[in-house]
Design a protein around this ligand. Sequence first.
Ligand code: EPZ
Length: 430
Amino acid sequence: MDKIKIKGGKQLIGKIYISGAKNAALPLICASLLTDETVTLTNMPMLSDINAMNALLKQLGTQIDAFDDFIDGHKTKTYSYRTPKLTSLVAPYDYVRKMRASYYVLGPLLAREKRVELSLPGGCAIGARPMDIHLSALEQMGAKIEIKNGYVHADAGEGLKGAHIIFRFASVGATCNILMAAVLASGTTKIENAAKEPEIGDLIDLLNEMGAKISGRDSSVLTIEGVKKLHGARHKVISDRIEAGSYAVAAAITRGRIELLNADASTLQTPINVLRKMGVAVEEKENALIVDARNKELTGQDIMTDVYPGFPTDLQAQFLALMLTSKGASMISETIFENRFMHVPELLRMGANINVHGHASAIVRGVDKLYGAPVMATDLRASFALVLAGLAAEGETIVNRVYHLDRGYELLEEKLKGVGADIERIKEPD
Ligand code: EPZ
């Protein structure tokens, strides 16, 4: 298993190009299952989660072509997806176990083929993460759902029917799945308390480009008029707001200055406000964000995660790391997942001062210095928080289990090296 070695203490200065958003790309790939025509996605990030989703779709009968592409002089991927015929309606355990987002095939397969078998994802490092909201909505649309041998067996009989669905919680995954189920259902579906994350807006755009009739984008009430058939489309994936937020913290924690090219400031307003309150200068440009913490003394701020446009849970670990070397105390509250402070014990080993209260909140008190150490984390964002602490720490930090980072941060070492970090990957056999 590869490791990452960081020699900390370098002020990061320069430009980083922000990639296409992983969490937008994953449901977009699955939306291609709704048509027998070609769906082409540009600005795709090169990540192991994308490879895993592609492998699942191939197993279902999708033909995939990959092309190297350049956007504004930066290398990206374009993928074409074509599923003339589904050769399997089963999302097996081995795929879903590796990547929970595999459950995005549920809505499209049920809509197109009226039947699907999906291995239940089960819990993961950050919490239990049940699927009750997805399943109860599909039942309201007429699907018969049975859980047998660890699999969800869903059968929509003659086809899904439009329904008035009120989510008990604004789940990102359930909103995507039910959107994809409803586009080919008979009649109109209304989703109340839908999630409003920008990745959902991107999915709505692609579905409408494919011929769907969805209104209410960016609001918590979505109306979907079912259509008989969808067609192919070509679509550019939005830029990754979590990657941009993560590198914004890299600038701040090293008291450096980074221009985040291809970043969309409109999707990052809450984290940008936190940075500004801490004392970081953030300039919003048309297609970029400039984060400047040179010669700044940063002050800790309280943060509470919430659904969009609240503070993203996917930036909680990185901002907690930033509070470690900021002045004063900060309270970090996690309201989305029940177990998302797994990075704390590792940060303590680097000299941090953090008290976790139950599962939901942590008090961070700023320290003068962090010290490098061997560390490891159990999820993607927590792993990035350890990289950040390593960049700020005195001495050498080895981050183990780099495969977590490879799921969601494209060209991580290259991007950080490009702004002056002393970072390298140590290749090790698995
Ligand atoms: C998406 O996960 C993201 N994943 C997560 O990104 C992100 O943290 C999360 O949304 C919140 O923003 C992808 O987009 C692939 P949810 P998702 O359904 O869809 C509970 C990352 O690091 N819940 O909004 O799984 C659930 O247990 C990741 O990139 C139910 O109880 O998030 C959780 O506590 C990790 N029942 C909360 O809701 C359900 O049926 C939020 O889940 C569904 C969810």
